[in-house]
Design a protein around this ligand. Structure first.
Ligand code: FEO
Ligand code: CA
Ligand code: CA
Length: 651
């Protein structure tokens, strides 16, 4: 292999900014577009954005006190952008798990300078993302003792290793040892944590503590397991794979396990897919011989010229049992293969399991899976089979406010051998192409999808799409060069007062159009007047608290001169979609994984990639949060936020 396959990554922030992979025409919606055309032109949008960047935030917008009916009583923090974590007065934020903290028994302490793969495989990984709190004992609602399950999405080589000016240099200079370290810093961590008084700490060396990395053996299950397209020279069964990567957001199941979403898997594969049997499939998921990682130089399985099927073993939803450190994780192929952002489960009114999951890339789709069988609390972990037998659907949104869920079933409609789908395995491996053929609606980067237990409504978060042209709008993505993102509310039909998440038709409406409401040209829309600090851009992960309030994390707001962070709103009543600002990240970081304890008194957040900005590297991060010691790099960390009076977060 030549180094020509290892060119400058498109970005250093784990996206594929410049090259959306969806070539399909999508549904023709010209007349629909006219009906719901955005209020502004593309030209106006460009001018408006320039103004925001130049003059900063909040200009010309008058704050007013929040309504008395608001259930949130914290003192809103201002927009800012500096080296620190910001939370409201009366709250404490403590970094309880930092990159490199020893978690497995016998693990060495973090060393600021030395990078040892064997040590990292026993320590908390890099770039923590999704978080879920699993109470101990299992099945309880304990809120002072539990397991945190945390995804480690990706690594920044030039921020981790000394001596590289930027990502391009680090890619060119990477060694086999560095690749091994990066693989050990990916995956997941399971860590026991305890609350003493009002303060959380991890339990080092707990029997539950576990790292899952690129070296962890996993089983592939479901309709594509064992298919020829999943077989490699290392695995003739097509059912055994080592590891998981780019684990972004996730979810949890009613039977006590965790789901984790493999997202931007394209960037790990070197080699050239052209000329292999998987060339078109590789292209559709973004593998094009320009990886962001050098792994393929040292390990043939990450070189698609040699192992064209290896990418087919990634891009799935995986399931991990946090309560059993010996349990082998599984990859569930029935939920399809794409750049999964999250996997949110709900037990439907008829007992079937529904899983919502989005494909986070510009112009990709929103999906849901509906199991054939029904959840049985008496069956415990074997309910996992529900994820192997069911139907994946892809969403089409129309101008009348309907969402149609179209089944991705081999032999139905266009999903036939004539179109290259010989079996259901082919449909699942190439779920994107199946969605293309059914005319699914191209979205502005579907990130998290969450359901409200209180109302049954479903919230779809679209982070942004600055590649969308004015002549390519659709009813649900109606702003050209959408730099701000939006949140869609979907409403399933109600049967006997319960939401029917398995139904094939929902309704939809816009919940929030992010951006600065003080600049009319942006087309931002909230449920009422927000304060100077209450507006945001680039919603990504969201979470509901025990009171049904929606917490919105952002990824990208620094492009507007404001830290990423956390905003919160009610979803019903007078203050519906009126957001308030609760937390701000240290510069360079995005906020991920908001998660609550069952009592709502602790909020866990992931501070991901602190210090990672243009021009930053190991020696010159834009912050050294959370340690703030010379020579110690910024460390991605999980922060536990508690209220000093011991009360519910936000209330
Ligand atoms: Fe990993 Fe889509 O954020
Ligand atoms: Ca995300
Ligand atoms: Ca993101």
């Amino acid at each position: 292999m030549t180094d020509s396959h290892y060119r400058m990554p498109v970005t250093i922030n784990n996206e594929d900014d410049n090259n959306p992979s969806n070539p399909s025409a999508g549904p023709v919606m010209t007349d629909l577009i006219v009906q719901r055309m955005s209020r502004r032109t593309a030209l106006k949008g460009l001018l408006a954005s320039a103004a925001v960047s130049a003059i900063g935030v909040g200009t010309g917008f008058i704050a007013r006190p929040a309504s008395a009916a608001m259930s949130l009583s914290f003192g809103e923090i201002p927009h800012a952008l500096d080296e620190n974590l910001h939370i409201p007065a009366g709250y404490t934020g403590k970094a309880i798990l930092r990159w490199g903290d020893p978690i497995v028994a016998g693990a060495p302490d973090f060393d600021a300078e030395t990078r040892d793969a064997a040590a990292q495989a026993q320590q908390f990984g890099y770039n923590n993302d999704f978080i879920h709190f699993c109470p101990l004992p299992e099945g309880s609602a304990a809120s002072d003792h539990g397991l945190l399950v945390v995804n480690h999405e990706y690594t920044d080589t030039h921020m981790i290793f000394p001596g590289f000016k930027d990502a391009k240099e680090a890619l060119a200079g990477a060694t086999a040892e560095m690749a091994a370290y990066e693989q050990a810093a990916h995956g997941l961590s399971v860590v026991e944590i305890k609350k003493e008084g009002n303060s959380w700490a991890m339990v080092p060396g707990s029997k539950y503590n576990r790292r899952i990395t690129l070296a962890t053996e996993m089983e592939i299950v479901g309709p594509a397991a064992g298919h020829d397209r999943l077989k490699t020279s290392a695995d003739a069964s097509g059912k055994k794979v080592f590891g998981t990567m780019n684990n972004c957001a996730g979810g949890w199941t009613p039977w006590g396990t965790i789901l984790s979403a493999e997202e931007n898997i394209h960037q790990y594969f070197g080699g050239d897919p052209a000329g292999t049997a998987e060339a078109a499939n590789a292209k559709r998921i973004g593998i094009k011989g320009e990886p962001s990682y050098a792994w393929g130089k040292f390990d043939a399985r990450f070189d698609v010229t040699k192992e064209p099927n290896e990418p087919n073993r990634f891009g799935w939803i995986i399931e991990v049992d946090p309560y059993n450190p010996d349990a082998k994780p599984v990859k569930h192929t029935a939920l399809g293969r794409f750049k999964h952002e999250a996997a949110t489960t709900v037990i439907n009114s008829d007992g079937r399991l529904v899983v919502y999951t989005g494909d986070d890339e510009r112009f990709e789709y929103v999906y849901k899976y509906v199991s054939n069988g029904t959840f049985d609390p008496g069956k415990g972990r074997s309910n996992s089979d529900l994820l192997n037998d069911g139907t994946l659907h892809v969403a089409k949104f129309d101008a009348e406010g309907n969402v149609t869920w179209m089944p991705l079933v081999h032999g139905q409609g266009e999903l036939t051998e004539a179109n290259g789908f010989k079996s259901q395995a082919d449909v699942l491996i190439e779920a994107r192409r199946a969605g293309d053929l059914l005319g699914a609606t191209k979205m502005d980067r579907p990130e998290d999808i969450e359901t409200s237990d209180k109302t049954g409504k479903v919230y779809v978060v679209l982070t942004k799409n600055d590649k969308r042209k004015a002549d390519d709008l659709n009813p649900v993505n109606d702003r050209a060069e959408n730099k701000w993102g939006h949140i869609i509310e979907m409403v399933p039909p109600m049967t006997d007062g319960k939401a029917d998440h398995a139904a094939t038709t929902f309704t939809w409406s816009a919940f929030i159009k992010a951006g600065n409401p003080g600049d009319a040209a942006e087309g931002a829309a909230y449920g009422g007047q927000v304060t100077d600090a209450g507006w945001f851009a680039n919603p990504d992960n969201v979470a509901f608290d025990a009171s049904g309030r929606l917490w919105i994390a952002t990824d990208g707001f620094p492009d507007f001169g404001v830290h990423d962070g956390l905003w919160v709103t009610e979803t019903e009543g007078e203050n519906r979609a009126v957001t308030r600002h609760f937390l701000g990240c240290p510069r360079g970081a995005e906020l991920c994984g908001p998660a609550f304890t069952p009592d709502g008194k602790t909020l866990f957040v992931s501070i991901q990639h602190p210090g990672e900005e243009k021009g930053a590297n190991f020696a010159n991060p834009s912050t050294r949060w959370p340690d703030f010691k010379d020579g110690v790099p910024a460390r991605p960390s999980v922060v536990a936020v508690t209220k000093d009076d011991g009360g519910e977060i936000g209330a």
